[in-house]
Design a protein around this ligand. Sequence first.
Ligand code: 6PG
Length: 260
Amino acid sequence: MASTPEIRVSSDRHSWAATAAELVHSVGREALREKGQFFIALSGGATPALLYEALTSSVFAGRFDWSRSTFFFGDERCIPPDDSRSNYALANQALFIPLNIGPSQVCRMVGESRDQQAATADYAQQLRRATNTAAPAQPQLDLILLGLGEDGHTASLFPGSPILRDRENVIAVTQSPKGPPARLTMTLGVINRASVVLFLVVGASKAGVVSTILNPKIEADRQLPASLVAPDEGRLIWLLDPASAAGLSRDRVSMIVRED
Ligand code: 6PG
């Protein structure tokens, strides 16, 4: 049974980033307590840079032992890993290098592969191996970070895509209406298997789509990719800043009060 989303609104961008970092650490500590390792999938786009800056800051960098963590990606563009538009490139420069995260701890989607289907099969196998999950069961990650597009897409799951109905495969090849077009993406099958899914959303440009997804009016709203994210047994958390939460009524959200 899908859980009710936890909607948290920060007072400003700084508080948003600190809360995001604390949530990541909190889920990581729980995973380390429970099973001695932490599997986290990073989201794409530009928003994660705010989280990475907080996680590598003097306030947070020493608060969590990343040595037993493995990093995955919710999606990747089909471009070389050193291309500035690559989700891996941002994470590598802004998170892995500053935190001394070694290559053995990073499971990169090989978006640049000439055989994209083979790349999806290979990544699915790596996920299954890491989580000791045999098909047809879906790998279970501890935390999947997701961004939100203004059209309601998340990861590289775009409105109307046939892979929105795919609950069997773990990773799929898809086409994005926004460049770069070719993408590899986790499917809803593996996303909704996660212990915690955390949407990281900031900015006034997202206020409309946030309201549409969290206060759906018509069936089309409920069929948007981000609306279909509903962890089977895990927690669903939306972390918003005031601008992206502007369309929500106060009774739907819990305001974040920080002392720092
Ligand atoms: C991608 C992402 C995508 C992103 C949203 C939000 O590879 O583009 O996975 O889903 O998270 O488009 O992007 P911004 O954070 O840049 O607004």
